[in-house]
Design a protein around this ligand. Structure first.
Ligand code: FAD
Length: 288
């Protein structure tokens, strides 16, 4: 095994990690984390790798890939593990006639990754009907209630300070309002259709690169600011901003993480020079 991070991330960037451990169950995950802590080893938690720019020089630590993916539905309650693909959670909720997750259809990655960044789309965020999150804090397993997760726009207590808090999301409990199964499935299908025009299946990217800007007057789409500074069509080596989406960077397959980072810096500088606004990345860096 070459341990290449590019095989684990949607952007397809990244050199070798020292070690990659895939935790298929909560027990395996806790044992792994305890062992890493005991050895004072450096590690990084990875879900689906869909929001990551991994360093081409690799990562001098252990990647812990979360794959535990149990799911249980009881009336309006859904309990699921962090490694469950978000797609499966959305489908299960729709089929059970439970609403509020249907607009998240098409967001790639795992439930844990979505909670970390409070993923959202089409006016909804994953945190809205999330009751509590089960975490491992490095010593103990505990449940954190929604209000203590400090959810905000694309952020949470888990991502605060760049995820420096050693909290690993193990599972989540949702309590969802009832809805019509057929209607929910139809909505998700429609959204996926729209999204696939923007994000062609297999596109090497991490979705939106920057967060929208929260201003007193409301949310300013980062894409609008980027479009106005001429982002569309900009290119460095093998990475480029496509014509259809100014807040997106795509790897043509020969691109480097360094090139993406350079392009991000230039875009930030140009927006700052024109508007005095500092764009913040939604994408996470691994190994930089
Ligand atoms: C084509 C495309 C479209 C996208 N569209 C959207 C969109 O519409 N809306 C949106 O919000 N996002 C979108 N994204 C971004 C991305 O899919 C989300 O951020 C997703 O929720 C990340 O989940 P993941 O499992 O892949 O996390 P990863 O990319 O693996 O990790 C992201 C961060 O979460 C942390 N993390 C992951 N799992 C855990 C865990 N169990 N415990 C603690 N920390 C954890 C990681 O350490 C990392 O810092 C898109 C991405 C792509 C490629």
């Amino acid at each position: 095994m070459d341990n290449l991070l590019k095989h684990l991330t949607n952007f397809k960037f990244g050199g070798s990690a020292k070690k990659i451990i895939t935790a298929e169950s909560e027990i395996e995950l806790i044992a792994t984390l305890k062992d890493l802590k005991f050895k004072k080893a450096k590690y990084y938690i990875l879900g689906g790798g869909t929001n990551i720019i991994a360093n081409d020089k690799g990562y001098k630590g252990t990647i812990v890939k979360i794959s535990a993916s149990g799911l249980k539905i009881e009336n309006q309650k859904i309990l699921c593990e962090a490694g469950l693909p978000l797609r499966k959670l959305v489908n299960a909720a729709n089929s059970a006639g439970l609403s509020s997750l249907e607009t998240l259809a098409g967001i790639p990655g795992t439930v844990g990754g979505a909670i970390y960044g409070n993923a959202g789309a089409y006016g909804r965020e994953i945190s809205e009907f999330l009751k509590k999150v089960k975490i491992f804090d490095g010593r103990k397993i505990k449940w954190v209630f929604n209000k203590d997760c400090k959810f905000g726009y694309r952020e949470s207590v888990f991502s605060a300070k760049g995820g420096k808090k050693p909290w690993v999301i193990l599972a989540a409990e949702f309590y969802l309002p009832k809805g019509g199964a057929q209607k929910l499935a139809k909505k998700s299908k429609e959204i996926i259709k729209i999204r696939e025009k923007r994000y062609k299946p297999g596109l090497r990217c991490a979705g939106s690169i920057f967060k929208n800007v929260l201003a007193k007057s409301g949310k300013i789409p980062a894409g609008l600011l980027l479009e106005s500074i001429g982002a569309k069509g900009m290119r460095i080596g093998g990475v480029y901003v496509p014509r259809q989406h100014a807040n997106l960077i795509v790897n043509n397959g020969r691109g480097k993480a360094e090139e993406a980072k350079k392009l991000i810096d230039i875009l930030k500088q140009r927006v700052y020079r024109k508007y005095g606004i500092r764009l913040k990345e939604e994408v996470q860096y691994l190994g930089f």
